[in-house]
Design a protein around this ligand. Structure first.
Ligand code: SF4
Length: 197
């Protein structure tokens, strides 16, 4: 018999709401920072992957769409996708793109570049998104970060859905940069604590 559902089993609703809200007002994209800092904080403080195992709404969304809603072919993920080369290579690439996004945000903050009201999908396709920007009390850089961060979140969701359709529902988790990073932190933390004993 399945156990009783806990509040955190419904965090997929928050992940879905995040994507929808960013469609109407780009400033909601800032909330995505929780998905960056909470997993890192749990890994650093607790040395475990409780975030991935319990609290990740995105992972739950893939389980639900690929599992219960049958949107996944449920094939085994290819070996190369599990390899360290691919996972760490993707992590490096992801961070390079992330820092490029931060650099562009900085240029807008500094007045060297105009605000771009587009969302960049898969680091390539510029989708018009001006309807989600209604002006701001703050510097344009605040909005630029929101557009950039939403691009990161949408890109990773699209990649995750593609991988979910082609392989098993949570195949994205094999190479998700947050998962790889928290795994590295947990490994480092566990090595340090075993050395202390
Ligand atoms: S690997 Fe990524 S998507 Fe999967 S549960 Fe962890 S943080 Fe969420």
């Amino acid at each position: 018999m399945k156990g009783k559902k806990k509040w955190y089993d419904y965090l997929w609703i928050a992940s879905l709401a995040y994507l929808i809200l960013g469609f109407f007002n780009i400033f909601f994209a800032w909330l995505g920072l929780f998905c960056f800092f909470i997993p890192l904080a749990i890994a650093v403080v607790k040395g475990n992957k409780a975030y991935c195992n319990k609290y990740c709404g995105r992972g739950q969304l893939f389980s639900l769409a690929g599992g219960r809603f049958g949107l996944s072919l449920k094939k085994d993920i290819p070996g190369w996708m599990r390899s360290g080369y691919f996972r760490y290579g993707f992590l490096i690439f992801f961070f390079a793109m992330f820092f490029l996004m931060l650099w562009n945000t900085w240029l807008v903050f500094a007045g060297a570049k105009n605000l771009g009201t587009v969302v960049t999908l898969l680091w390539t396709f510029k989708l018009p998104w001006h309807w989600a920007y209604h002006g701001a009390l703050f510097s344009d850089g605040v909005a630029q970060f929101a557009f950039g961060f939403y691009s990161v979140m949408l890109t990773s969701t699209v990649l995750g859905f593609l991988t979910m359709v082609l392989f098993k529902p949570r195949s994205w988790c094999v190479y998700c940069p947050m998962g790889t990073m928290t795994q590295l932190i947990c490994k480092a933390k566990n090595v340090t604590s075993s050395q202390k004993q």
